[in-house]
Ligand binder design. Structure first.
Ligand code: PMV
Length: 416
């Protein structure tokens, strides 16, 4: 049975929000070093509100944030979730997380987390650790109890990690509450609060949310924007930073503004090596320096392709990035491999189709076996035939997700 989630109306449960839930099996493997430590680096443009000025407030905020797929991959990090090289991604449209945070005064704070209506203690612990690590910056976290409800649009156990969309949605909620608390502290209970949608266009708000999301999960910092996003400092983009991502709004050729990404769900099982361990293994990887140099050289190359719309160059670059990422995994010590036989078989079919038709259909991979099929919207009919006739058989339960470049997060009101 085939399964396409082109316009998912239903929000399904997904166990891999943020990281697999902690249990006795994977608890030891989980690395708290980057999320539990207090954060001391400078914050973009805001000082924490003094504790004595925090008003007693009760309310709810809710945001939807997308997942994203990197074309130039981030693989390797240092310090507190700082990227070893810059990366460029686009935000997806259909694969999103929706998160609502209800806050009310409670001395000492407190967090309750539920996923798709069910309390999830594994995620709750991770989120508590994450929020504890940023309480110097958001001192009200110790004055409010937070009830966090989250759902994902992509189906349960699809092999698509929801850490990016999940942490982005949560970070947007935390920043939103921070704004409410600050405005009430400044103006009193009758404070004028901007329409939540105004925050979508507020660069400082988004930079701060991106900064916060990064501390939860690196690639999540790219998910607070729509379209094409860069994370990591590079001279080609003077405004780029390692601390937070930025959106590339101008100089994007129209073909790339609604580019299609059909995700072939080749293998859905929990990965043998997660990205936390994978990043860490770059520390001893003999090819690490060459890789970081290569990624830096590729940033201006991709930016120029995005401006020109050169699809042949695009394909060469993104496929090389995907294979390089997996080659780095295989060259790690210990080595690991996340591609599956069906990943390779599907790649061969894509290559043959391209040769036969001349159509610009390319693939990328994230840290898993699933293939992202990338192509211009105008070739959707031909590519859907390829998927239905040849590629679907390589997918577990013949499942795939039809997605495309999305416009980014949005506040949700009311939360559904
Ligand atoms: O954000 P993390 O720690 O899940 O790492 C993401 C790594 C890749 O998906 C492989 C690449 C990327 O840039 O998103």
């Amino acid at each position: 049975m085939s399964c396409c989630f082109a316009h998912p109306q239903t929000i399904h449960r997904l166990d891999d929000l943020v990281q697999p839930p902690m249990n006795s099996e994977n608890k030891e493997k989980f690395d708290f070093s980057t999320v539990g430590a207090p954060v001391s680096e400078p914050h973009p443009q805001s000082e924490p509100l003094p504790l004595k000025e925090i008003p007693a407030l009760e309310g709810s905020v809710a945001w939807e944030a997308p997942s994203n797929i990197a074309l130039i991959k981030y693989w390797g990090k240092y310090g507190q979730q700082m990227p070893a090289n810059p990366s460029i991604s686009f935000s997806l449209k259909a694969c999103v997380s929706q998160t609502k945070v209800h806050f009310k005064p409670q001395s000492g704070g407190g967090v309750r987390f539920s996923l798709s209506g069910q309390q999830n203690l594994g995620f709750q612990t991770r989120i508590e650790n994450f929020l504890n690590s940023v309480e110097l910056r958001y001192p009200w976290l110790k004055e409010f109890a937070l009830d966090i409800e989250s759902t994902n649009s992509f189906p349960h156990s699809s092999g698509i990690a929801s850490s990016a969309s999940g942490f982005a949605a949560l970070a947007l909620c935390v920043e939103h509450i921070d704004q409410n608390v600050r405005l009430t502290a400044e103006q009193g209970p009758a404070a004028h609060h901007p329409e939540p949608t105004a925050y979508r266009a507020d660069a400082r708000f988004l930079n701060r949310a991106s900064h916060l999301a990064r501390l939860g999960s690196g690639s999540a910092c790219r998910s607070v924007y729509g379209g094409w996003v860069q994370w990591g400092m590079h001279p080609a983009t003077p405004e780029s930073r390692n601390e937070y991502a930025i959106a590339h709004q101008s100089a994007i050729h129209p073909v790339f503004t609604d580019y299609r990404d059909t995700i072939l769900l080749i293998h859905k099982a929990v990965k043998q090596t997660g990205s936390t361990a994978g990043h860490k293994l770059m520390e001893g990887n003999p090819y690490a320096d060459a890789r970081y140099r290569q990624a830096n050289e590729r940033i201006p190359r991709l930016l120029s392709i995005l401006a020109s719309g050169d699809l042949t160059e695009f394909g060469l670059l993104v496929e090389s990035e995907a294979l390089t990422l997996h080659a780095l995994m295989m060259a790690s010590d210990p080595s690991f491999m996340l591609m599956m036989p069906n990943t390779l078989a599907a790649i061969r079919e894509i290559q043959a189709f391209r040769k036969q038709t001349g159509l610009p259909v390319h693939y990328t991979l994230d840290a898993g076996a699933n293939l992202h099929l990338l192509y211009p919207a105008q070739h959707e009919t031909e590519v859907m035939s390829l998927i239905n006739n040849s590629l679907m058989h390589y997918c577990e339960n013949q499942a795939y997700i039809c997605d495309s470049v999305g416009t980014g997060p949005r506040p949700i009101n009311p939360f559904v």
